[in-house]
Design a protein around this ligand. Sequence first.
Ligand SMILES: Nc1ncnc2c1ncn2[C@@H]1O[C@H](COP(=O)(O)OP(=O)(O)O)[C@@H](O)[C@H]1O
Ligand SMILES: [Mg+2]
Length: 262
Amino acid sequence: MEIIECEGLGVTYPGGVEALKNVDLTIEDGDFVIVVGLSGAGKSTLLRTINRLVEPTTGTIKVDGRVINNLDKKELKEYRSEVGMIFQNFNLVNRSSVLRNVLAGRLREVPTWRTLLGLFPEEDVEEALSCLERVGIKEKADSRADELSGGQQQRVGIARALAQEPKILLADEPVASLDPPTSHAVMQDLKRINEEDGITTLVNLHFIDLAQEYGEKIIGLREGELVYQGPASKVTEAKFEEIYGRSITADDQLTAGGEADV
Ligand SMILES: Nc1ncnc2c1ncn2[C@@H]1O[C@H](COP(=O)(O)OP(=O)(O)O)[C@@H](O)[C@H]1O
Ligand SMILES: [Mg+2]
């Protein structure tokens, strides 16, 4: 069953940049999709549009069969609670504890005065701890977020998104700030969670070796246009060159070596 369907999707930013042009896209429920393309190709815009942080200029986006173009404020809030976001720079509250950062993923129903006093519902705390356990850093729950390594901080980001119990996970260059072994470790976490929970996952990347190793499906964007969607196994180097519009260079490959910092 399709979970995300884009038809004729276009995004033009104020100022006139056409970041997405007439994109037709189908993502099946439970898919693990890697979105590739050069810097500026529209990868972030695609994720931000699916999360409705950016409004489509043309076309439609359907999620779970429902058009999400014109949600009102309340519907938008509900919709966003179903979509977990993971960021390149983790977007943690550095001075807060790891646990509090993960609890932020669950703060839908808790009144502000309670959160200010640190009175979190027991079941939320349990759930947050179990999310941390799933990414292997439960013992860091009481540490300050900024005391953690980059790989650990990204795991907190993943745990926070999981605590939301999302239908869809969107990860925008989640390994771009990490060293190669840690990048692999984080990709493996995302893939494992996708396999265990069946959460549809889209990951933006620009390293072609990571895309081939972890992607089941690949979406290729070039200057805002969808130039490939299909199985990762069919994406040859020639196909990558078509997506990138130039020859593949060493900088397009991550390649591993050494030990992960987590
Ligand atoms: N908020 C914005 N306002 C104006 N232009 C933007 C904005 N965000 C991105 N762009 C432009 O849209 C194009 C696509 O950007 P982006 O989606 O960030 O690509 P990618 O993530 O693949 O690097 C680029 O030309 C970029 O400069
Ligand atoms: Mg980007």
